[in-house]
Design a protein around this ligand. Structure first.
Ligand code: BES
Ligand code: ZN
Length: 651
């Protein structure tokens, strides 16, 4: 195999070569500087049931991607050069994760910079893990402990991380769009790599796109792309594979603050810039609470409507659903959530998906603290109450479905698809656990602990056991008696809700709940409901807590009075449509169809299809709508709805 000429390499590498330094070595130096003393030890510490990698043998330290985005064939093609470190002195087998990749060649770089072919083999495909790529590595004595392995490959037709969108599926409807969504186990469907949250590496990339399109990544980009259609990126901070991200589309950028900005299609850029004007203030508030922001820049990328997530915390560049743009900044908790992952998740990462609550639960707690810092306690309090409501609903649903074990914070996902088991429990029970600790030790003590935790575990991963030990030593030991031993174990490892949960302060909702009850009891008419004064969160609370047996006339009145039939705030619409489906209120069908066809937010559409799957009549409506909506959904979302509505005609 031939090594590419310097002019074919990313500019950063070519620059390094010109200065005489070997490029991967330069990045390794950066990585070592970042990793400091302790990272080598932690990569191998926890066995990850969702990766074929064996970090006790080799660990990937740096990834150099060179990819072309082929929108016609809907494939990525190119090569990756992995800088791998030998951990065991006699290691001779490098195991990588792959999923549906076509591997064209594998080579090892020698001292002269040439690549010599390496024997390799793709293992059988497991539906959750994908196929292990096993590469024979030479064991020659005295061999450098770091070697560069080059893999030439292309992605397969069903790469689970990739969504290729036709122009009609974008805001501008003129250009196609491509993006990756790699969490939890899909990075392997576009990069052959050790795809485990416990293994971190730095990365760089050269991406070639069709002219007129712009690429962005979870990395520092080249401010002035050197040539039309080619862009370069560098990520000097080590991250796990699930945080490597790419998007390509008709994108423009608008600066919001010295370290912050937003990328979006031209059609939504102005609305996005208005909605997220407080981005820099949020970052400042977060730093005040949790310590320095370690990723240099924080930008947002507004995604096309079919993006399956509300948001995804790709470092330096959160991917955000356009459904957050409400016009009145009422849904910015999603932004503070993804931003908070810059500490919990991206800086300190869950060691395996069993410890997912360490990413999402801690983040949900931080999300509301940032929200409180920027927007005051009222909005934060309402979000807390709604969160508690979602937690109670999730515990009830999982218990009814015979999945009580999934109501624990720490999961055992061995042999399971993590996408099926990751639920609201991690978010809301995890957050409630930190509220509980705050309640017992005081806010100042918890804040100090959290800042120390982010310092101590920065750029490393941590398991629940590691977190527990650190919590005991650095917080609970200083507050003897504040949290009992059994209590702590019950929170972390027990199912359902432990006794003694912190009280919810629900004064924010007390007034609207009284109005709701008066309306239900007929003490006031629909016109007397003061809905003009209701915030989106108050609307959500009322709609979510109305019963399933309301007469059509009452729902019609409510819809008219609250203008619920019109497209408005996305989260309010979702609560309204859920209520309509629960009540089999058919006049909302058209709005339901527009909603489900118009966006593909996984969690949101999941709840609606679950309700639609409950009776044969509803299933008929669900199938009719799904037939329209399915082509626009992300493959993972399609898989989920296919399972909920197995009997729909898909011809
Ligand atoms: N990291 C998650 C998204 C995710 C979770 C992707 C599990 C794949 C597997 C992200 O931070 C998130 O939690 N997004 C939420 C929105 C958030 C405001 C609660 C979502 O997408 O619903
Ligand atoms: Zn999250």
């Amino acid at each position: 195999m031939r090594r590419p000429r310097p002019d074919q390499l990313p500019r950063f590498v070519a620059d390094a070569d010109r200065t005489g330094a070997n490029a991967p070595a330069r990045f390794v130096a950066i990585a070592v500087a970042w990793l400091g003393c302790c990272a080598a030890a932690d990569a191998a510490a926890v066995a990850d049931p969702h990766s074929n990698a064996d970090p006790s043998q080799f660990v990937v330290r740096h990834v150099a991607l060179d990819l072309e985005t082929d929108f016609v064939a809907q494939r990525l093609r190119g090569a990756v050069e992995l800088t791998v470190e030998r951990v065991a002195p006699d290691a001779d087998r490098l195991l990588l994760d792959t999923r549906g990749l076509e591997i064209h060649a594998v080579g090892l770089r020698d001292e002269a910079g040439e690549f010599a072919p390496l024997e390799h083999r793709l293992g059988p495909a497991d539906p959750v893990l994908g196929s292990a790529l096993e590469i024979r590595m030479p064991t020659a004595a005295g061999a450098a402990s770091r070697r560069v392995v080059r893999i030439e490959y292309s992605t397969g037709p069903d790469a689970t991380a990739l969504q290729w969108l036709a122009p009609e599926q974008t805001a501008g409807r003129a250009q196609p769009f491509l993006y990756t969504q790699s969490q939890p186990v899909y990075a392997r469907s576009w990069i052959p790599v050790q795809d485990s949250p416990g293994i971190r590496f730095t990365y760089e990339a050269r991406v070639r796109t069709p002219p007129g399109l712009r690429a962005v990544m979870s990395a520092a980009g080249d401010p002035r792309p050197s040539r039309e259609g080619e862009q370069h990126f560098v990520m000097p901070q080590p991250i796990p594979a699930y945080l490597v991200a790419l998007a390509v589309g008709d994108l423009q950028f608008r600066e919001l603050g010295p370290r912050t900005g937003v990328y979006a299609e031209p059609a939504v850029l102005a609305a996005a810039a208005h909605e997220f004007a407080d981005l820099e203030a949020m970052l400042v508030a977060a730093e005040r609470l949790f310590g320095p922001y370690r990723w240099d820049r924080y930008d947002l990328l507004i995604m096309p409507p079919s993006f399956p997530m509300g948001g995804m915390e790709n470092p330096r560049l959160s991917f955000i659903s356009p459904t957050v743009i409400a016009g009145d900044r009422s849904l910015v908790s999603m932004i503070t959530h993804e931003m908070a992952h810059s500490w919990s998740g991206n800086l300190v990462t869950n060691a395996s998906w069993d410890d997912f609550w360490l990413n999402e639960g801690v983040t949900t707690y931080l999300e509301r603290r940032i929200l409180e810092g920027v927007y005051g306690p009222r909005l934060a309090a309402m979000e807390l109450v709604l969160g508690r409501q979602y937690l109670d609903e999730e515990i009830a649903d999982l218990t009814a479905a015979g999945k009580r074990a999934d109501t624990a914070l720490v999961l055992d996902l061995h042999g399971r698809d993590p996408d099926e088991a990751l639920s609201n429990i991690a978010y809301e029970k995890g957050s409630l656990f930190l509220q509980f600790v705050e309640w017992r030790v005081g806010r100042a003590a918890l804040d100090q602990f959290l800042a120390g935790y982010f310092r101590e575990f920065g750029f490393r991963s941590v398991s629940t056991a590691g977190f527990e030990a650190y919590l005991r030593a650095n917080l609970l030991a200083r507050h003897p008696g504040a949290v009992g031993d059994g209590e702590l174990r019950q929170w972390l490892y027990g199912t359902g809700l432990p006794g003694g949960v912190p009280p919810v302060r629900d004064d924010a909702f007390a007034a609207v709940e009284r109005q709701r009850d008066d309306w239900l009891a007929g003490r006031i008419t629909t016109e007397q409901l003061p809905v003009q004064a209701w915030s989106p969160q108050q609307w959500m609370r009322v709609l979510d807590t109305l019963p399933d047996d309301l007469p059509d006339e009452r729902l019609a009145e409510l819809a008219k009075h609250g203008a619920l039939a019109e497209a408005g705030n996305y989260e309010v619409s979702r609560s309204w449509l859920l209520l309509a489906v629960r009540n089999e209120y058919r006049p909302a069908d058209a709005r339901l169809e527009a909603f489900l066809v118009g966006t593909g937010r996984h969690k949101m559409v999941k709840r609606l299809y679950e309700e639609l799957a409950r009776t044969p009549e509803r299933r008929a409506i669900g199938c009719r709508i799904y037939a329209q909506a399915r082509p626009g959904y992300h493959p993972v979302t399609r898989q989920m709805v296919d399972a909920l509505l197995p009997d729909c005609d898909r011809t």
